[in-house]
Design a protein around this ligand. Structure first.
Ligand SMILES: N[C@@H](CCC(=O)N[C@@H](CS)C(=O)NCC(=O)O)C(=O)O
Length: 112
């Protein structure tokens, strides 16, 4: 399998989540810098990777993906290394509940 590519900036907590997951899995990756707050705007080519202009976006052997949770779960399931999610339904549901609530309710307050 080829090396995955992460598009984004190192100041982004969402980009950091994907990078942490890749590190935990022991997967080497390339980080392509995309600064969504750049003075001259988001580069036009980036919208082919993330149509909403958010970071991160991800690519692996021609498979493009965006949304941090989807990327994190893909990396956990597509690569070797330690499993990062519980196998059983209830603990996995709890994990998804917590990550969902942080995304929906905590991000603005804690990060902005
Ligand atoms: N739902 C997206 C959210 C990603 C997101 O909001 N990233 C921030 C950077 S931390 C961003 O791109 N913000 C730009 C903006 O709000 O215009 C995901 O899960 O990847």
């Amino acid at each position: 399998m080829g090396k995955p590519v992460v598009y984004g900036a190192d100041y982004s907590v969402y980009v950091r989540i994907v990078r942490l997951v890749l590190e935990e899995k022991g997967v080497g990756y390339e980080l392509v810098p995309v600064d969504i707050f750049a003075a001259d705007g988001i580069p036009g080519w980036y919208f082919e990777h993330q149509p909403f202009g958010r970071i991160p976006a991800f690519e692996h052997d021609g498979f493009r993906l965006y949304e941090t949770g989807a990327i994190a779960r893909y990396v956990d399931e597509a690569f070797g290394g330690p499993a990062l999610q519980p196998v059983e339904a209830r603990p996995r549901a709890r994990l998804n509940q917590i990550t969902g609530l942080l995304d929906a309710y905590a991000y603005r307050t804690m990060v902005w």
